[in-house]
Design a protein around this ligand. Structure first.
Ligand SMILES: [Fe+2]
Ligand SMILES: [Fe+2]
Length: 252
């Protein structure tokens, strides 16, 4: 069972990078299951119905989200779709679902989306105890978690907490790929962050001049995406049968 997991596709130019690199990567790695973190995929963040349908028709199986899951006015309709998951540790009654079980031939795989709390401001449930709760009811052959979190300390604590209990823990959210992909002692595949798919030179996808201005003045501004420059595509290939993780970092 081979999975291609593509890191946060960032707005219009992220979709352009996806169009450019995805067919080549799909052809080369021949994954059985393709997961895209789509929390920033629509302009203005979040995921739209139109993008969801388009990407599924091109071979994507599942969208995970993150702290921007509810950023769009039309978020609720897309959260109802069968193959979209938002972080599982929002409180009871939150629209959408935090996990999905996918069957491939004779095997089952559960994908979970989870949100971190360190340096994040969402009033969400504890991701560690939420995982305990979720794992009680899951008996799939494989379990893959997209841990959407800012701090590497929280990611490594979660990795040690889940090693031996899930097949892979994949970090997203920082938009910066890390080079720490590894197999944990009890066999869990891990990377702190897959990185983003979008403009290569930007401030984690945002406009460079605007970001510098904000840091100099301290005045808050709504982030505008960087539109110029070459593209990058960041993903990981998880070979769950042979227990291997491989980083895929492509640029123009
Ligand atoms: Fe993101
Ligand atoms: Fe995020």
């Amino acid at each position: 069972m081979k999975i291609l997991f593509i890191g946060d596709v960032y707005m219009e130019r992220g979709r352009e990078a996806f169009d450019r690199f995805f067919p080549v990567v799909k052809q080369e790695y021949k994954p059985h299951l393709i997961i895209v973190n789509g929390e920033n995929i629509a302009n203005g963040n979040g995921l739209t119905e139109a993008i969801y349908k388009d990407y599924l028709s091109r071979g994507v199986h599942i969208f995970t989200l993150g702290n921007h899951a509810f950023s769009r006015k039309d978020a609720l309709s897309v959260l109802d779709e069968d193959y979209v998951i938002r972080p599982a540790n929002y409180g009871p009654g939150t629209p959408g679902k935090g996990a999905i079980t996918y069957r491939f031939n004779e095997q089952s795989i559960t994908i979970i989306n989870l949100l971190g709390r360190v340096f994040m401001h969402d009033p969400i449930d504890n991701p560690f105890t939420k995982m305990d709760e979720l794992l009680k009811d899951i008996s799939s052959d494989f379990i893959v978690v997209d841990f959407h979190a800012e701090a590497t300390s929280e990611k490594y604590a979660m990795a040690n907490y889940l090693d031996g209990r899930v097949s892979a823990l994949i970090g997203t959210h920082t938009h910066v790929p890390t080079a720490d992909e590894c197999v944990f002692p009890k066999g869990m595949l891990y990377i702190s962050d897959v990185g983003m798919t979008g403009v290569r030179y930007s401030v984690i996808g945002g406009n460079i001049q605007q970001a510098i201005r904000k840091f100099i003045t301290g005045v808050p501004e709504r982030v505008h995406p960087e539109k110029e420059g070459p593209l990058q595509f960041n993903a990981v290939c998880l070979d769950l049968t042979n227990n291997k993780i491989q980083r895929i970092n492509l640029t123009d």
